[in-house]
Design a protein around this ligand. Structure first.
Ligand SMILES: Nc1ncnc2c1ncn2[C@@H]1O[C@H](COP(=O)(O)OP(=O)(O)OP(=O)(O)O)[C@@H](O)[C@H]1O
Ligand SMILES: [Mg+2]
Length: 239
């Protein structure tokens, strides 16, 4: 069944959302843009959109096969996915297995510490406020989600972590942390948005080679960033 692509519904830093002839679905088109520091640093890497679309499609499919509910339906073209249209919750849910990034600046934890069990953090998507960290009490007070929905979000995040960790490990990759976004459809909570090296930290398990957006954050050349994304694509999608 082929779909007719309609008008642009939303445009973010790295993705465009289009309507489809079926109103319960949308098209997510991945741009070649790469951004960091809340969008203050920005570049274009030709081909990045299709690498991230392909990686997201593969990982969402994997989660679906493991009954971790998400928005993915199918790929539309190399840089676009057809997904269920969600009413998005403006919260970033971060799951950490190994300490790196903002947590080692915020708390007395040494870089590289492996946590006995994963840490989950919530951040309000609010660029003007620098995406402040919030907890479940804030989420309820701000009417972002009910207690029951927050429980579901935590459960889906932990299950996604288990499935992703195992899958990546089978490809010689280590999952340090990742970020998910959630939405509602008919009263059900689903994982939405993307699942790719823009929103996860992945290292080669034996060499520690960085294969994610940390390269860009830390000033690597665009060519190095692209090569790392291509390697990750090969190891996740093509094997
Ligand atoms: N299944 C979905 N249904 C509807 N919207 C979605 C879905 N998945 C992702 N989106 C939305 O797509 C938009 C574009 O994504 P992108 O990552 O480019 O945005 P962003 O720059 O992170 O910022 P913002 O979310 O503030 O627009 C986001 O608003 C996101 O919430
Ligand atoms: Mg985004």
């Amino acid at each position: 069944m082929s779909h007719k692509v309609g008008g642009l519904i939303a445009s973010g830093k790295t993705k465009l959302v289009y309507s489809l002839d079926d109103p319960s679905l949308v098209l997510l088109r991945f741009k070649d843009d790469v951004t960091a520091l809340d969008g203050k640093k920005r570049d274009v890497i030709p081909g990045k959109g299709s690498l991230n679309a392909g990686i997201s499609a593969r990982l969402f499919q994997l989660l679906k096969e493991n009954n971790v509910h998400n928005h993915y339906i199918k790929m539309y073209d190399p840089s676009s996915l057809i997904v269920r249209k969600l009413d998005m919750i403006p919260v970033e849910v971060v799951c950490r297995n190994v300490a790196t990034g903002s947590i080692v600046k915020r708390l007395p934890i040494t870089e590289g510490t492996v946590f006995d069990s994963p840490i989950i953090e919530f951040f309000l998507k609010d660029d003007a406020r620098g995406d402040p960290m919030i907890n479940s009490w804030h989420m309820m007070a701000l009417k972002l989600a009910s207690k029951c929905e927050i429980d579901e979000i935590v459960e889906l995040t932990l299950r996604a972590n288990d499935v992703l960790k195992k899958f990546l490990s089978s490809r010689g990759l280590m999952l340090l942390d990742f970020k998910l976004e959630f939405g509602r459809r008919n009263g059900e909570i689903l994982i939405g948005d993307e699942l790719d090296p823009d929103c996860m930290r992945v290292r080669d398990a034996s060499t520690g080679k960085v294969l994610d957006k940390d390269l860009y954050r830390k000033g690597a050349s665009l060519d190095e960033v692209k090569k790392a994304y291509e390697e990750l694509y090969r190891r996740i999608v093509e094997t």
